[in-house]
Design a protein around this ligand. Sequence first.
Ligand code: ISJ
Length: 105
Amino acid sequence: MEELKDLRARIDSIDTRIMDLLQERFATVREVIVVKDGAGIPVRIPARIDEVIDRAERLAQDRGLPPGLGRALYEHIVEATCLFEETRLGEDTPENRRFAVAGRA
Ligand SMILES: C=C(O[C@@H]1C=C(C(=O)O)C=C[C@H]1O)C(=O)O
């Protein structure tokens, strides 16, 4: 049972690293929001969404992960990202007020 305990500790440690990487991804998305806000680019870009999800599935397959896992994970991650962007873009900040006045919201 000690062996199982150690293996689970390794899994917990890997999960922590996955969350650290997701935190880094969302921090980068914050920068994307600023660029999009300034340029009047919409949150959801269907071609880019397909590209990100298809790439995730390919990366997962290249690593021998279960079929469909990359796609399923990234459908959730990208949807959560779009909701995150929509929430931030809708915030009542000076930048967003300027955005709304310019009629690009
Ligand atoms: C982050 C972006 O916004 C959305 C979220 C994406 C993602 O989570 O990778 C990809 C496409 C977008 O519509 C982007 O446009 O790059």
